[in-house]
Design a protein around this ligand. Structure first.
Ligand SMILES: Nc1ncnc2c1ncn2[C@@H]1O[C@H](COP(=O)(O)OP(=O)(O)OP(=O)(O)O)[C@@H](O)[C@H]1O
Ligand SMILES: [Mg+2]
Length: 278
């Protein structure tokens, strides 16, 4: 199968920087895959997203999206295929109400009004924000704003969605909800997902994990490989969830548990039992 995104020897240096933010990046993403991009702060993840979307122009190398080489001419066509959700939703609002905001991108596409109204309602329903449709985006909480920003992107039903730490504002439940929604849409609509994240629970969704280190690809791994090497998680910019961190600390303190727990509740139950034996 032809890749939907392909980068060949892509290099980019910011003006006034003495070092490349990305150096000879080679990467291919197959259609409908979920690719997680991880790495420490400053490793080049957001720069990579901006290059793929043509927000920043590569200094050298080639980027191909859905069979089309990214050039000044093809830029707008390619952008229509990609939806980006950034970390801070405040920078993304353009509409006076939640509904207007989600409709904005569709208006730009000249979608007929009737279809647009339906699409906006659908997108808001997906992120469970229908009840807020007449509110001003500025009055929402961080997590609610992020849901609206996500609705704005999924309303467009792009071929590719890039999430740049888009769930970092959400609490664990909110994050799980959003990932579930994105996963469902990915499968229903055949969307390709690039998710830039420091969050381990987001990695779990990925078919492939790309680890960036100081502007180069250090390693491409499967989720299983990532989890097989927990001592390196921090070096890869990943933060284990609370339950895992606590179990690691308990282990280091010499507290032996009967098994590994994925959920807080299971761990709490065993800790209660241990306590009653003390
Ligand atoms: N506008 C800019 N001007 C100059 N240098 C920049 C600019 N934006 C980023 N950089 C530099 O480019 C490198 C890569 O930055 P980038 O934002 O892509 O990292 P990142 O992996 O997304 O980090 P984080 O996890 O903190 O979001 C860093 O060294 C950073 O300091
Ligand atoms: Mg970033």
């Amino acid at each position: 199968m032809n890749p939907i995104i392909s980068l060949k020897d892509v290099t980019f240096t910011y003006d006034n920087a003495n070092k490349s933010a990305l150096n000879k990046i080679n990467l291919t993403v197959k259609p409908q895959q979920w690719v997680a991009i991880v790495g420490l702060n400053g490793s080049g993840k957001s720069t990579l997203a901006k290059l793929i979307n043509g927000i920043l122009p590569a200094d050298s190398g080639t980027i191909t999206v859905a069979g089309e080489k990214l050039t000044e001419q093809s830029l707008w066509n390619i952008r229509r295929k990609i939806g980006i959700i950034f970390q801070n939703p405040d920078h993304q609002f353009v509409g006076a109400t939640v509904e207007d905001d989600v409709a904005f991108g569709l208006e730009n596409q000249n979608m007929p009004r009737k279809q647009m109204v339906q699409r906006v309602a659908w997108a808001l329903d997906q992120v469970q924000m229908s009840a807020f449709k007449n509110k001003a985006p500025q009055t929402l909480s961080g997590g609610q704003k992020q849901r609206v920003a996500i609705a704005g992107v999924i309303a467009l039903q792009p071929q590719i969605i890039i999430m740049d730490e888009s769930t970092s504002m959400l609490d664990p439940n909110g994050r799980r909800d959003i990932l579930k929604i994105i996963r469902k849409l990915q499968q229903q609509l055949g969307i390709t997902i690039l998710s830039i994240t420091h969050d381990l629970s987001e990695i779990v969704e990925a078919d492939q994990v790309v680890i960036l280190k100081r502007g180069i690809i250090e390693k491409t791994a499967t989720v299983a490989e990532i989890f097989a090497d927990p001592t390196r998680l921090t070096a890869w910019g990943l933060r284990p969830p609370f339950t895992q961190r606590l179990q690691l600390s308990l282990l280091q303190a010499g507290v032996l548990l009967t098994k590994k727990y994925q959920t807080k509740q299971g761990l709490a139950d065993e800790l209660w039992q241990l306590r009653s034996k003390m």
